[in-house]
Design a protein around this ligand. Sequence first.
Ligand code: NAD
Length: 505
Amino acid sequence: MTRELRDATPGLAPDRAPETFTSLNPRTGQVLAEYPVADEADVAGAVERARGAARWWDAQGFRGRRDWLLEFKKAIAADAEDLARVVSAETGKPHDDALLEVMLAVEHLDWAARNAKKVLRARRVSPGLVSANQSATLGYHPLGVVGVIGPWNYPVYTPMGSISYALAAGNAIVFKPSELTPGVGKWLEARWNALAPTQPVLQVITGLGATGAALCRAGVDKIAFTGSGPTARKVMAVCAETLTPLVAECGGKDAMLVAEDADLDKAVEFAAFGAFGNAGQTCAGVERIYVAEPVYQQFLDKLTSAVDRVRPGGTDADTYGPMTLPRQADVVRNHIADALDKGARAVIGGIDSVHERFVDPVILTDVPESSSAVCEETFGPTVVVNRVRDLEEGIERANATSYGLGASVFTRNRSRGRDIAQRLRAGMVSVNSVLGFAGVPSLPFGGSGESGFGRIHGADGLREFSRPKAVTVERFSAPLKLMTLERSVRDMRVSAWMLKTRHGR
Ligand code: NAD
């Protein structure tokens, strides 16, 4: 590890030679850079520095933080091409995809900065009849220091979904990016440090899983974790040791429903994007498609010809890049094999589509609902297209997995689409698009079951990183003296009468 690298990592003591790990170019396997593995002492140091910065950050108030965050946003947006270059190098996704990711992240940062005051400032609430002598105030205070643990698939958009909202709510951040995308984390930290070099409000520590676990143990006030369900279980177990609260954004097995009245060309275009974009490595990507019987064959034919034009590869002109995590190709292969073994048909591709780094698109149909390609997150460029009698059956099947992240519905009847959206057991649903919710900063993002719990984005995302503060101030003495050890018979009689009159009839 180089001296510069160690010096550029504030969590590391300069006199120690820590272990390192390398980030790789997933297109070729070549080394991109080397990063230090932060150990427990490094993490503790970062959290301690964050405590100091959190006090300064809290003192800035809503207005001050808004101004700082809008400057931060400007710094990111002005250099977006450079950030996209780092994202593309570490994930293998085409440059344009990386740039769109940065664009979305910036929109969220902007919204969080501008709306934190409106959502979190102290406000008077009704005290109710029984406590009419009290003035009641509700406000939201920062938690303090939030530990953010990120994944690699959207290394800007995903962690910034926690970081932006947690910062806007007044917290300092210690961020552990995925070991596959440490450069993205360091890039973001460097932009913050260029704005406020003496206030480490956003620090990045690099390392593997053990560094993430050390962050969970470091006494932070909340962990915002994004990653797989199995890792979330480990994170939750470690957080339990110190009662550290957790928001967990995990995987999905998102279903798309296509009604008999759907605009099929549109549904196909979105299906191809949702299933194959980013090589299928999207938590809320389309993994299952349930098509109403009358349009099933037509939809499948159209999707097949659209996917014929899809080209994976290592250049920016290709549709999508390699598997960022090479061993994910094994999961993809196993899911395809299991589906075929159980009687599914491959309409495009098959087992041989899975190469060492790249996976060609695969469309499977007639896939038994018990197969892993239907029940478990595949996270690759494969999609299951199954026919259903009607959308009633589609809803039932869509709801039948243990995941509950996103979903989409295609129908020309928008009010029917809205109705179906309510019946899908998913945190987010798009009607006549896919991932429509991801670009709306005022909407909360998150799921249930195997997809995790808690919310980022929107007002709920701001509150997720806040501590509600309830205050009452007595305005005048209560007409009935009930909070005393010497209640009068009269006051109790009136209270009993009120109870019956107000609630007992
Ligand atoms: P992962 O679970 O392997 O790793 C996520 C992060 O956890 C990494 O930073 C990793 O170093 C860290 N980690 C690993 N072991 C740990 C431990 N014991 N304690 C603390 N931290 C530990 O996930 P990944 O492969 O990086 O990302 C892919 C997964 O993320 C997919 O399942 C995808 O669906 C999910 N994801 C979800 C969302 C969402 O918002 N719901 C968004 C993007 C990705």
